[in-house]
Design a protein. Structure first.
Length: 620
C-alpha cells in the first residue's frame, strides 16, 4: 500500500462515501479547476460562500476579477506540480471582503500529466479581524507595551514605547527603559518568568532624552495552559505627571502648613459639619488649649462669635469685627479683633475660617496711654493751676481787707461787698480744684446697659430753664429706636452737660433772635453719635486746634478750661472720639462718636490701675 492510499480492509461503503461524499461535505471550500482556470467541480461549502461557480473562472468567483491574478497559486501548481499555500483576500457571495488560506494541489491524468488543480481554502476572516484588532490595540494603547524574551530582550514594542524610548528592538529591557548596564534587582519580568504569575511594581526610568520617567509596570506570561513561558508582556502606565502633581501638592501643603503655623494671628477653621479642622499654634496660645484636644473633637462655634455663626447660617460671605469678645479654653473672656470668612466651592459651603488677633495687650497699652496722657497734662499744668490759685488768693486777700475795713468802720456796704468777694473767690477755687481732681485722678466707669436717649433728655431738662433765662432756645432731637448701649451713665451725662454748657455760653455773643442750641442723638453703621450744635460766634482755626489742650478756655476767669479735657477723657474710656466742626460766625458742632464694638462691657470694668477709688463727678 502506498502512502496516502486507502487501505484494502476499509469497507466498500466507506470507500464509496470517501469517493462520493467527502468532497461535497467537508467543511472547507473545495473546487477543481482546469488549465483554463474554469471551475469544473465545487463542493457545497464553497457554493454557500461564493455562489454558483461551475463553468466560471476561479478569479471571477473568488475575487470578482476579469483577468487572472498575478500570483496565481493554481498557475504555480500547474507549472511545477507542487502544493502551494498562501493568504488571499477575496469577496464572498455578498461582496464582503473575505480572508482565507488557500492550498493548491495537482490532479494527474492517466498519462501522468496535470489536468486539474484542487483548490482548498479556509476562511480566516474572523481570525484576521481579531489579529487586526489586537495589533491596533497593541500599537495604539495609551501605555507602554513590550514583549520580553527570556534573555530580557525587547522583541516587540508598541508606538508609545518607540516614541518615548526610541527604536530599541533587540536590546535588553533594562537598557531600553533605564539606561542600565545590568539587570534590575527588583525586576517584575523575572518574577513572572519564575512563577508564571502577574507582577506589578513602580519603576523609575529614563527616556530617550535623558529625563526621569515614573511608571507602574504590570507583567504577565505569554503562554497557554501548561506551556513553558518564553515571553512576558509588559504593560507600563506613565505616572510622571501624577508624581509631579503629588510633589507640587506636597509642596503646597507644606507651604500652607508652615504659613498656618507661622502666622502670628490665631487661625481656626471648621468643616461643613462644624468640627474644628485647623487650630494653629497661635490659636493654642490664645485660647490656652492644645490642637490635639480640639481638632475633630470640638465644634467651631465654641470659639466663634455668635454674629459669625449667623453669617454662616444666612449664607453670607464674611464678617469683620474691630472688637469682639470670645472665650478661651477655660471660659475666660478674651477681647479680639475678628475676621471670618465662609469657605465655598462654587455654591457649596465647605465650612468657615477665622483669624483672631489678641487685643489684651492693646487694651492694656490704651489704658496706659490714657493714664500717661492725663498725668502728662497734669504735670504740664501744675504751674498754670498754681498761678490761677495765686490770683484767686489775691482776690481772697482783697476781700478780707474790704471785709475787715467795713467791720472797723461799721460800714454795712463795705462789709457786704467784702463778703461777696470772698464767696466768689472761694467758689471759683473750689470749682477749679474739683475740676482738676476730676481730670487728674483715675476712675473706673460704672458700665451698664442704659437708654442713652434717656440720659440726653436728662441733660436737656437740666439746662432748659437756664437756656430760657439767657434767651437761648434749647432743642432735644433724639433718634428713634436706638438700642441699649453698655456705657457709664454718669460719664455720658457729664460729657453732654459740658458740651451743652459750653454751647450756651458761646450763644451769648450772638444776636438774640438767633440764639439756638440743639442736642441730638443718632446711630449710623453701629456707631452711636451725640451732637451739640450752637449758633454762637464759632472758632478760628487756631482756636479750634487748642480746644483740647491743657486748661484752654475762652471764658476768662469764668472758666477752668477742664470741661473739654474731662469730656475727651470719658469719651476715650468708652472707645470713642470727638469731632469738632466750626466756622467763624457760623457756630460750632461737637460730636461724640461711640462705635458699639468698642464700648466697654459690664464684665470688663475691672478697677483702673491708677484708680484711687471714690466717685468722680464731671463738671457742668
Amino acid at each position: 500500500m502506498t502512502t496516502g492510499s486507502i487501505p484494502p480492509e476499509v469497507p466498500p461503503e466507506v470507500r464509496r462515501w470517501l469517493g462520493e461524499q467527502l468532497f461535497l461535505q467537508v467543511p472547507s471550500n473545495i473546487v477543481v479547476v482546469d488549465r483554463q482556470y474554469r471551475v469544473v467541480l465545487a463542493n457545497h461549502q464553497f457554493t454557500e460562500v461564493f455562489g454558483e461557480a461551475i463553468g466560471r473562472r476561479c478569479y471571477q468567483v473568488y475575487k470578482r476579477r476579469e483577468e487572472p491574478c498575478q500570483d496565481c497559486l493554481a498557475a504555480k501548481t500547474f507549472l511545477d506540480g507542487a502544493v502551494h499555500v498562501n493568504d488571499e483576500v477575496g469577496r464572498d457571495l455578498n461582496g464582503k471582503a473575505a480572508h482565507y488560506v488557500v492550498y493548491t494541489s495537482p490532479v494527474f491524468d492517466e498519462a501522468g500529466e496535470i489536468s486539474h488543480v484542487i483548490e482548498m481554502s479556509h476562511d480566516v476572516t474572523e481570525t484576521k479581524n481579531l489579529q487586526r484588532a489586537y495589533n491596533l490595540l497593541f500599537e495604539r494603547a495609551p501605555c507602554y507595551i513590550s514583549v520580553i524574551n527570556r534573555d530580557l530582550r525587547v522583541v516587540r514594542a508598541n508606538e508609545q514605547v518607540r516614541e518615548k524610548f526610541g527604536e530599541r528592538i533587540g536590546e535588553h529591557c533594562y537598557e531600553v527603559y533605564k539606561h542600565r548596564g545590568e539587570r534590575c534587582p527588583d525586576c517584575p519580568t523575572l518574577g513572572t518568568f519564575a512563577d508564571g504569575k502577574i507582577h506589578c511594581a513602580e519603576q523609575i526610568g529614563t527616556d530617550k532624552h535623558g529625563k526621569r520617567t515614573h511608571f507602574i509596570v504590570s507583567t504577565a506570561p505569554l503562554a497557554h495552559g501548561e506551556e513553558p513561558c518564553n515571553h512576558v508582556i509588559e504593560l507600563s502606565t506613565d505616572v510622571t505627571a501624577v508624581r509631579q502633581l503629588n510633589d507640587q501638592l506636597r509642596e503646597e501643603a507644606s507651604f500652607q502648613r508652615i504659613l498656618i503655623e507661622s502666622t502670628l494671628d490665631a487661625l481656626v477653621a471648621m468643616d461643613r459639619e462644624g468640627k474644628v479642622r485647623v487650630f494653629n499654634p497661635a490659636a493654642e496660645e490664645l485660647f490656652g488649649i492644645s490642637a490635639d484636644e480640639v481638632i475633630g473633637k470640638v465644634a467651631g462655634d465654641r470659639f466663634m462669635p455668635a454674629r459669625f455663626l449667623q453669617v454662616v447660617e444666612h449664607g453670607e460671605d464674611n464678617l469683620s469685627l474691630e472688637e469682639a469678645v470670645v472665650e478661651d479654653g477655660h471660659g475666660e473672656k478674651l477681647p479680639v479683633r475678628f475676621c471670618g470668612s465662609v469657605l465655598r466651592d462654587g455654591p457649596h459651603i465647605l465650612g468657615g475660617a477665622a483669624f483672631f488677633q489678641d487685643l489684651r495687650e492693646r487694651k492694656r497699652l490704651e489704658k496706659e496711654n490714657l493714664d500717661n496722657e492725663r498725668l502728662a497734662a497734669v504735670g504740664q499744668t501744675v504751674a498754670q493751676l498754681a498761678h490761677g490759685i495765686k490770683n484767686i488768693l489775691n482776690g481772697l486777700q482783697g476781700g478780707m481787707y474790704i471785709l475787715r475795713s467795713g467791720m472797723r468802720s461799721n460800714s454795712q456796704e463795705r462789709t457786704t461787698r467784702g463778703w461777696s468777694m470772698l464767696e466768689r473767690n472761694v467758689e471759683h477755687i473750689t470749682t477749679l480744684v474739683k475740676g482738676f481732681l476730676t481730670f487728674a485722678k483715675g476712675r473706673t466707669p460704672k458700665v451698664s446697659l442704659l437708654d442713652t436717649n434717656a440720659v440726653g433728655r436728662e441733660v436737656y431738662e437740666l439746662y432748659h430753664a437756664t437756656a430760657a433765662a439767657k434767651g437761648i432756645t434749647l432743642h432735644w432731637t433724639p433718634a428713634p429706636g436706638v438700642q441699649l448701649a453698655a456705657m457709664d451713665a454718669e460719664g455720658l451725662h457729664t460729657c453732654l452737660a459740658n458740651l451743652v454748657s459750653n454751647a450756651l455760653d458761646a450763644c451769648q455773643t450772638s444776636p438774640p433772635d438767633r440764639r439756638k442750641v440743639t442736642l441730638s442723638s443718632s446711630e449710623t453703621e453701629g456707631t452711636l453719635i451725640f451732637a451739640v450744635t450752637d449758633t454762637g460766634c464759632g472758632m478760628e482755626y487756631e482756636i479750634k486746634n487748642k480746644v483740647f489742650t491743657t486748661f484752654f478756655t475762652t471764658k476768662g476767669t469764668e472758666g477752668t478750661g477742664l470741661g473739654l479735657l474731662v469730656t475727651r477723657k470719658i469719651t476715650q474710656e468708652h472707645g470713642g472720639h470727638i469731632e469738632v466742626h466750626s466756622e467763624p460766625g457760623s457756630g460750632s458742632t461737637f460730636k461724640l462718636l461711640f462705635p458699639r464694638h468698642r464700648l466697654p462691657r459690664p464684665s470688663e470694668t475691672e478697677p483702673h490701675p491708677s484708680s484711687s477709688g471714690g466717685d468722680v463727678h464731671g463738671e457742668t
